[in-house]
Design a protein around this ligand. Sequence first.
Ligand code: CAA
Ligand code: NAD
Length: 302
Amino acid sequence: LSRGISTSGYLHSAIKNVTVIGGGLMGSGIAQVAAQVGNDVTLVDVNDGALQKAKSSIQTSIQRVAKKLYKDNPSEGEKFISNSLGKLNFSLNLKDSVKNADLVIEAIVENLETKHNLFSNIDSVASSKTIFASNTSSLSIQDIASVTSRKDRFIGLHFFNPVPVMKLLEVIRTPETSDDTFKKAMEWGKEIGKVTITCKDTPGFVVNRLLVPFMSEAFKMLERGDATAKDIDIAMKLGAGYPMGPFELADYVGHDTTYFILKGWSEKYPDVPQFKPTETLKKLVNEGKLGVKTGEGIYSYK
Ligand code: CAA
Ligand code: NAD
């Protein structure tokens, strides 16, 4: 964890003012890691309840980070917490929040139309120098950027859950993304302590293109009755070194998220059998058993 976090007070990157839109699971983590290195951060949501929840989850998470980073120096740890929290603003006012941003990162629901509405609304308000980014798990960055007039300043910045812990950042450029935008995004990624990789604007980029079919194959194994969920999870942890088995991971990511990803891909690429959502996944979503966040998925968390 400590290797993944930069805490230097001096910022080298051109990006200093960051606006994160969507204060859920991912947006709150992204806002947190930017504030931890001293960026001025505004977290925006349409829902005040979501902002309150984000505030409290950031407080809990930042305490865990401080405990780890400043094990032997609790008073420095307290300073780190208050400095980071002091860099965070919360807002319901979308247009005001993007006006001074160097970078706007979108982490709202995984739906192309909703993302299009958002980016068309802010394109005319944000400064011409502002870089727009999406944290989409599965949609094409070029498709999302298509409604803006800043396709050269549009990029994919794909984080992983839990954002303060997972060290990877996938940086996705489209054929229209400029070298300058790509360079600034890579520099910022390093400044927030992430290891950056890049790949083409393809479904799921690197991690999800491999991880989502992996979880789906585990569901098929369960449907065939080959083994129990628990044994499949144990097998992949102890036999392949994964930190979580496929069902623990699917419960953690959220079955709704995985379902949206697979549904979108199977509509766009009907010939790829790995992209077809399984019956078990559909059933879990219909029953509202979305995983850890609802207290029940494959396993119970009540
Ligand atoms: N904030 C801050 N710190 C946190 C944290 C959080 N939200 N969650 C865990 N931690 C810290 C803990 O404090 C703990 O620190 P110490 O070592 O100091 O105790 C450390 O991380 C390990 O946590 P735990 O002991 O609670 O549990 P663990 O060892 O099982 O680790 C885990 C938890 C890091 C989540 C690990 O199980 C893991 O890596 N799981 C796989 C996660 C994964 O694959 N994520 C990607 C999902 S796919 C995705 O995100 C992309 C998409 O688009 C869907
Ligand atoms: P979430 O449901 O936890 O949070 C989404 C938030 O966006 C909610 O608080 C909602 O109120 C807010 N919102 C919705 N529409 C909005 C709008 N128009 N303006 C402002 N706020 C709005 O979702 P999440 O899991 O954080 O996922 C967000 C994005 O990140 C999605 O694109 C998802 O695919 C991607 N992602 C998710 C994961 C994961 O593991 N869950 C990992 C990487 C990327």
